[in-house]
Design a protein around this ligand. Sequence first.
Ligand SMILES: NC(=O)c1ccc[n+]([C@@H]2O[C@H](COP(=O)([O-])OP(=O)(O)OC[C@H]3O[C@@H](n4cnc5c(N)ncnc54)[C@H](O)[C@@H]3O)[C@@H](O)[C@H]2O)c1
Ligand SMILES: O=CCCC(=O)C(=O)O
Length: 513
Amino acid sequence: MAGEGQAIKAVNPATGDTMEPSFGGAVPADVEKACALAAEAFDRYRETSLEQRAAFLEKIADNIEALAEPLTERAHAESGLPVARLQGERGRTAGQLRLFAKTVRDGHWLDARIDPALPDREPLPRPDLRLRNIAVGPVAIFGASNFPLAFSVAGGDTASALAAGCPVVVKAHPAHPGTSELVGSAIAKAVEDAGLPEGVFSMLHGADHATGTALVTNPHIKAVGFTGSRGGGLALMKAAASRPEPIPVFAEMSSINPVLLLPEALKARGAEIGKGFAGSLTMGAGQFCTNPGLVLALGEEGLDAFVSAAKEALGESAPATMLTPAIHTAYDEGVAKLEAHSALELIGRGGESTGPHQSRAALFAVDHEAFMNDDALQAEVFGSSSIIVRCRTAEDAAQVLERVEGQLTITLQMDEGDTETARPLLPIMERRAGRILANAFPTGVEVSHAMVHGGPFPATSDSRTTSVGTLAIRRFLRPVCYQSISESLLPEVLRDANAEGVPRLVDGDMKIN
Ligand SMILES: NC(=O)c1ccc[n+]([C@@H]2O[C@H](COP(=O)([O-])OP(=O)(O)OC[C@H]3O[C@@H](n4cnc5c(N)ncnc54)[C@H](O)[C@@H]3O)[C@@H](O)[C@H]2O)c1
Ligand SMILES: O=CCCC(=O)C(=O)O
């Protein structure tokens, strides 16, 4: 249906041109209808068999892949991201849907447990106790601007919520309405083909914040998934907490992803690391939540080689179109503040902009003391901007790690001889980040079982979770205990027969049957 609210048109950031067609924004009645349909669909959808739900997720993946190049071409026009990147992202989006299909079929996520009755136990008999996870209810999801496929309408939040058995109502990102419409139609077709209630999936357009706020505060909504700005995430958290029935907001917001250059690695490989760092910093115009916005250099030997290599690589880097005019403006303003900071030394810039909304990479350096004296220097500048902090000792680096806020990632560039330098830093890194890397760069999140794309606030709103990887399903589940419930009333997965062969913890022993 066409929304009757404020019309939205995409802007091609590479040209500044407004794109056709316009998309009707949602009005409050549309939000209520989508949420009511989701609530109506909930009990039926959450009780789909493991096979039915897995097949549904796979059908979504097939439908998205069938959109082929028209999808990546529209996403390219709306985001300015290269077509090759978007082709890879389309594959990643389909792949994570299929990974969740496998996860659903495996059944481990149900965490099925049985403590058989002990009627003769003294002094008190134990009743029959059984537990399974069930879906929390309809979930509101906010598509992210910087991954118009893998973190948007059919992104990891949608995939994990649908895998958990939750209907979803997606608030499309206003930066890529056409891309959202194409993917939303692919999901809606999969719902129809699977014979599921239409309320399993809805999508709403909304240019302003009213639609998102109405969605989060709708009583049918029981959880929220969000990737975007710290301000946006905090606002939605506040709205969700102020409801008569508060609900969780799983927001991925802000991270500067420190990279530590340990002494032996810096000495042996400074230039090589500097070049690799510059590549990570400028990837996707720096618009990755895992962008390395802070470098902690331990010691001086090899630092000049790192800085020279990074400066040279940045100087050769082409200007890159940013996702939206607002994101580009925020980046330029952030870099201008750093350039004006008296304690910062400008090391190098990327190639000159040649078109609208193009950003130039920027690399700065600062002494440890000056960094410690001004928390403004750890504010995220979303884009290809980073600060090298000169640390004389590992203790200086430890002080910085203790000072920075929660992070998605912290990376060690280290050689064998750096092991004892790294050891005392690990506990701090564990407390500060969701993912710790060695001798790699943080951009390039693997969609897998052992991935954590999360971390302490403000990286995310709940450090116990992840938005990428199969663990993400847990955000949208809650446990229910069945005590002394008769076999015929129990859910299939907890009946003695265990028809779907779900792994179960029986009296403390894992039984795979
Ligand atoms: N952490 C990340 O991965 C990540 C990704 C993209 C953007 N960002 C940050 O966000 C900034 C803006 O980019 P963006 O437009 O993608 O993010 P955004 O937070 O402005 O918007 C994301 C979505 O949330 C909605 N929204 C935002 N604030 C809201 C509010 N107060 N109430 C209701 N709905 C609200 C928007 O309409 C949009 O649909 C970037 O400059 C960057 O700093 C971070
Ligand atoms: O931008 C947020 C996610 C980053 C990511 O998925 C990647 O680095 O691959």
